[in-house]
Design a protein around this ligand. Structure first.
Ligand code: SIN
Ligand code: FE2
Length: 208
C-alpha cells in the first residue's frame, strides 16, 4: 500500500519523523479507532505509583499494554471487558509495516497497538518503551488530530532531549540505537481539528 511520500527528518540515530505521511488517511484511521473503542472502550488508568494518567487508553492486537497498581505489562485480555482485545485493523497493520519499511526496518509485524487519547491538559512524561521482550523491532508512533510537542532524548533520562511539534498524520519510527530512547509529549492545548475535533490520538505499534 502506498501512503504519502513526504519529507523525512532524522531525529536521532535510528529515529525518523515522516512528516504528514498518513495525513491523507487520518479520517479513516479515526473511523477505525471509533470501531474499536465501541468494543474495548477508552479508559483512564493508574500508574503503579497510584497516580491517574491524564491520557485515556485502549488497545488492539493480540496483546495490549496495561497499567495498574501491579505494574506495567501486556495482557491478552482487556481487563475491562474480560475478553480479547479487538483485532488490529488491516489498515493499522499496513501503516505500521510500511512506515517501518520506509525508514529501514523491513518485516515489522506489530502484535500490539496502544491507542492513546489526549484531551486538553493531557500529557505524557519522559519514559522508555521497555515492556517488550523483542527490542530488535522498532516502535511506530502515529499522531492524529491536534498538534503536541514531542520530546526525544537519549537512552539516559538525563540526556538532552530535542523538541519537535507533531501534527496530524506525522509518523515517528524509532529503533536500533534509539529503541530505548527516553521520549514523551508536552501538554495538549485546547483547539479544534477537522479530523478529531478537540482531541489528539496517538497510535503506538509494537512487537511485544
Ligand atoms: C508515548 O510514547 O507513549 C506517546 C507518544 C505520543 O503521544 O506521541
Ligand atoms: Fe512511549
Amino acid at each position: 500500500m502506498l501512503f504519502a511520500e513526504t519529507e523525512t527528518l532524522d531525529i536521532a540515530p535510528g529515529a525518523v519523523l515522516l512528516r504528514a505521511a498518513v495525513e491523507p488517511i487520518a479520517a479513516e484511521l479515526v473511523a477505525e479507532i471509533e470501531r474499536l473503542v465501541a468494543r474495548s472502550p477508552l479508559r483512564s488508568v493508574m500508574t503503579p505509583m497510584g497516580k491517574p494518567m491524564s491520557v485515556e487508553m485502549t488497545n488492539c492486537g493480540t496483546v495490549g499494554w496495561v497499567s495498574d497498581r501491579r505494574g506495567y505489562r501486556y495482557e491478552v485480555n482487556d481487563p475491562l471487558t474480560g475478553g480479547p482485545w479487538p483485532r488490529m485493523p488491516h489498515l493499522f497493520r499496513n501503516v505500521a509495516t510500511s512506515m517501518a519499511d520506509r525508514v529501514g526496518y523491513p518485516g515489522f509485524e506489530p502484535d500490539a497497538c496502544l491507542v492513546n487519547r489526549y484531551s486538553p491538559g493531557s500529557k505524557m512524561g519522559l519514559h522508555q518503551d521497555r515492556d517488550e521482550s523483542d527490542l530488535s523491532q522498532p516502535i511506530v508512533s502515529v499522531s492524529i488530530g491536534l498538534p503536541i510537542t514531542f520530546k526525544f532524548g537519549g537512552t539516559r533520562r538525563t540526556d538532552p532531549a530535542r523538541s519537535i511539534v507533531l501534527r496530524n498524520g506525522d509518523v515517528v519510527v524509532f529503533g536500533g540505537a534509539s529503541r530505548l530512547a527516553f521520549h514523551g509529549v508536552g501538554t495538549l492545548r485546547k483547539g479544534v481539528h477537522e479530523v478529531t475535533g478537540g482531541c489528539r490520538y496517538n497510535l503506538t505499534f509494537r512487537r511485544v
